[in-house]
Design a protein around this ligand. Structure first.
Ligand code: CTP
Ligand code: MG
Length: 387
């Protein structure tokens, strides 16, 4: 294969002061993957193979080399790892010093923009070749931008239509970039500014929202939520059975049902409320009604369903979840739900703070529910983890 004509300098030598972690920023993980690894996996997946130069903190060269090799796989011959400088500009200069002879186009990329898609690299490379100029990805500015003095007094409103927020990778013809860096006599805020200061033209191509820079802990959380496989949605299932006790009143779903055979149990035997609680506890990973509401606990002796459901909701919220909905299936010959379904759903929905739907079926004369020995209830619950 021909040697690469593109090099990508990935600057990762900063400390990440604004993120404020114990590790330099590039080595902080997002859902278990370091910022550097995630940037490099993209860089090594481009349509065209490139020389990849990682600029790392002096004390992290071995770690950076290991991360680079993992990301490069079979392409590790194209990988170099060098030590960075005190400023970003010095770090870029350290990368420029090791460009391969065959390289004619150089991209400079912040490791901290670790979610940048490969399509943006491909677009910048193509634009450098098409235009022969410097190329920066830019995003139209959505907010109105004001200029202020040191005291915070607004001096003027800038014309937003002329402004773009600039990202990386920024791409350049090699010889002009190397000369511009050699000529730079002060610190600039990005590579395109170094390039422009040497008198070379720079053009803007469409940036990508995913190329945002992880700077603060808020950005880190945003990167986490964009890459997580965990939706924060949890389902749970609950089931309860109680035997009929003709001498007892029937309490079901927290409501009193006159003229119906009651249910035996330590509390009021309300299998429907207990199944709802089990489903909610199951979804939150909090065990079950038996664990949480011991039969020896005097608070629950003779208690009705609302006591159990209220306490369950308190536990579920305490574990950081909100209820999406609860669905209940009653398997019983009696009571017939039809006349009171909406009353029951409204009552339970009020306790749970979310929609509760209740359906019923018989078991076609089979088993204990078919014989009318007792009732069975199955419930499912959906929870959302709070942000
Ligand atoms: N960078 C670098 N060498 C430096 C400073 C910065 O290679 N001396 C790199 C960073 O690692 C980062 C990119 O330049 O990938 C953009 O810089 P920034 O987001 O400012 O990162 P840090 O300088 O590490 O963060 P902070 O400014 O909060 O300390
Ligand atoms: Mg910085």
């Amino acid at each position: 294969m021909n040697p690469p004509t593109v090099a990508i300098i990935v600057v990762a030598a900063g400390s990440g002061a604004r993120l404020g972690g114990p590790e330099p920023k590039a080595f902080v993980t997002v859902n278990g993957v370091s910022i550097l690894a995630s940037a490099l996996v993209t860089v090594f997946s481009l349509a065209e193979p490139a020389q990849v130069i990682v600029v790392a903190p002096a004390g992290k060269l071995d770690t950076a080399d290991r991360i680079g090799r993992d990301a490069a796989g079979a392409a590790s011959e194209y990988l170099s790892v060098v030590s960075g400088g005190a400023t970003r500009q010095q770090s870029v200069a350290a990368g420029l010093a090791v460009l391969g002879d065959s390289v004619t186009t150089v991209l400079v990329h912040d490791a901290a923009r670790s979610l940048t898609p490969s399509s943006l690299f491909d677009a910048v490379i193509a634009a450098v070749r098409d235009t022969g100029s410097g190329v920066v990805p830019g995003i139209a500015v959505a907010d109105t931008i004001k200029q202020t003095d040191d005291a915070g007094t607004v001096l003027r409103t800038l014309d937003r239509s002329t402004l773009v927020a600039v990202q990386t990778p920024q791409g350049f013809p090699r010889a002009q970039l190397v000369d511009a860096y050699a000529a730079a006599d002060r610190e600039f805020t990005d590579d395109a500014a170094v390039f422009a200061a040497a008198g070379h033209p720079v053009t803007v191509v469409d940036g990508d929202r995913l190329a945002f820079k992880i700077t603060t802990s808020w950005d880190l959380r945003r990167a986490e939520s964009l890459t997580t496989n965990d939706t924060g949605i949890r389902t749970g299932v609950g089931m309860d059975v109680h035997a009929h006790d003709d001498a007892a009143p029937l309490w079901l779903g927290g409501l009193y049902w006159p003229d119906e055979p009651g249910l035996a149990g330590h509390s009021d035997g309300d299998a429907l409320s207990h199944a709802v609680c089990d489903a909610l506890l199951s979804a939150a990973g909090l065990g079950d009604v038996g664990d949480r509401f011991g039969t020896s606990d005097p608070r629950f002796a003779g208690a009705h369903g609302d006591v159990f459901i209220n306490e369950t909701i308190r536990l579920v919220k305490g574990a950081g979840y909100s209820v999406g909905n609860v669905a209940v299936q009653l398997i019983a010959n009696r009571p017939k739900l039809a006349g009171r379904r909406s009353e029951l759903e409204r009552y339970l929905g009020g306790l749970v703070g979310a929609p509760v739907s209740v359906a019923a079926t018989t078991s076609d004369g089979l088993g204990f529910t078919g014989r009318g020995d007792g009732i069975a209830v199955i419930a499912t619950a959906l929870l959302y983890r709070d942000r």
